[in-house]
Write a protein of this length. Structure first.
Length: 381
């Protein structure tokens, strides 16, 4: 693969990671700037997530590797333009929400586009390279809040971050300006003619991805709250649990990218989700700090390759419809990452947080069982 294209794809995931990871730290300054009520504080996340969901569905219909350069170039410029618009037109919350939707849409198209591109080119190492893309996304999500923190330390203008993001995205667009040469694109020789939209097997994979993204989002969203309320750990220390989980995920994805082609994909996913269920449970049941830390590390490393692994699994089975597979899995996964954290909160309110959070390892274990059944049948509907 052309080194320029590979670098640009990593850069695109890093850029969207920064946009995505910075939104949480920006909620408070945005809320203070516009004097939002508590119920309105989450609107920026909602609109950005709606854009990301739209990108997944849109990709499933428009993706074609022959026009990959145009799609990635256009949405790099779109991400840049939306970011600059927030910087220059930041006096209205309605305008902010519109352009946050466009940032979610543009970033989502870069996310789905680069994943689709890699899934079509790296046939034999599909799972590994999809995992590697997420390493760069995680790196951006890790550094984005640090940039926000630096800006807020030296300036009251939270919107300055979007000038920075727009500049980064604009530089990204230059790498996609040149066409991806046909000889670089190595389409899977074993072209699959199975139509995923008509396959029950594909929709089972989509449901599993819905649960997987929900489990991941629920765990890193609720573990700090759980540790604070149920284990009397200070909020400052509890917040480190999220960083530890994400750093562990980046490490796990890097390892998976290196060794995924040497192991059976089904076995990897079954092992990862099953063992993660055990470590999720341990982190909720133990009061020992060391065991909590170890559980966070191992659950993060193991669960890290579930998302790229499921996309690779779908790509392996439906190799002739990569754009549809990546787009739908991404869109449905985004719904799961929104719905399940809400469900955990509702359940915790009904039966108590100590029991409510245990639905997270339950779903992780359920995924492992479903994948085991899928491997046993291996029949496309």
């Amino acid at each position: 693969m052309d080194k320029r294209v590979k670098f640009a794809s990593y850069f695109a995931m890093f850029t969207f990671g920064m946009a995505n990871g910075s939104l949480g730290p920006l909620l408070i300054p945005i809320a203070d700037f516009f004097k939002l009520e508590v119920a309105q504080v989450g609107y920026p996340v909602v609109f950005s997530s709606m854009g990301f969901f739209t990108a997944g569905i849109f990709t499933s219909f428009v993706w074609n590797i022959r026009r990959a350069s145009f799609i990635l170039f256009f949405f790099s410029l779109s991400l840049s333009a939306a970011s600059f618009c927030i910087f220059f037109l930041h006096t209205s919350i309605k305008i902010i929400l519109i352009f946050l939707f466009l940032i979610g849409l543009s970033g989502g198209m870069l996310h789905c586009g680069t994943n689709s591109l890699f899934a079509e080119i790296f046939v034999k190492k599909r799972a590994g390279y999809l995992s590697l893309l997420l390493v760069f996304f995680g790196l951006g999500a890790f550094l984005g809040p640090l940039v926000v923190g630096a800006i807020l330390t030296f300036s009251v203008g939270w919107y300055i971050f979007y000038f920075f993001l727009g500049t980064v995205a604009l530089s990204l667009s230059f790498f996609f300006k040149k066409d991806i040469k046909p000889e670089v694109v190595r389409i899977n020789e074993h072209f699959s003619r199975h139509r995923p939209a008509l396959s029950l097997f594909f929709w089972v994979i989509a449901l599993v991805n819905f649960l997987a993204m929900g489990v991941q989002s629920s765990y890193h969203s609720w573990i700090p709250f759980f540790l604070t309320r149920a284990r009397d750990i200070s909020p400052a220390v509890a917040s480190y649990s999220v960083s530890l989980f994400w750093i562990s995920m980046m490490g796990g994805r890097a390892l998976f990218a290196r060794f995924s082609h040497k192991v059976d994909l089904y076995i990897s996913l079954i092992f990862a989700t099953g063992c993660s269920a055990l470590f999720f449970t341990l982190s909720f049941l133990t009061a020992e700090i060391l065991l909590i830390v170890l559980s966070l590390i191992f659950s993060g490393m193991l669960f890290s390759f579930v998302s790229p692994g499921l996309r690779a699994l779908g790509g392996n089975i439906f190799s002739g419809h990569i754009g549809f597979v990546i787009g739908i899995l991404t869109g449905i996964g985004s719904v799961g990452s929104t719905f399940l954290p809400w469900f955990v909160g509702w359940l915790s309110q009904e039966i108590g947080i100590t029991w409510g959070v245990l639905v997270i390892p339950f779903f992780s274990g359920l995924i492992s069982v479903v994948l085991f059944k899928m491997r046993s049948s291996q029949k496309i509907g």
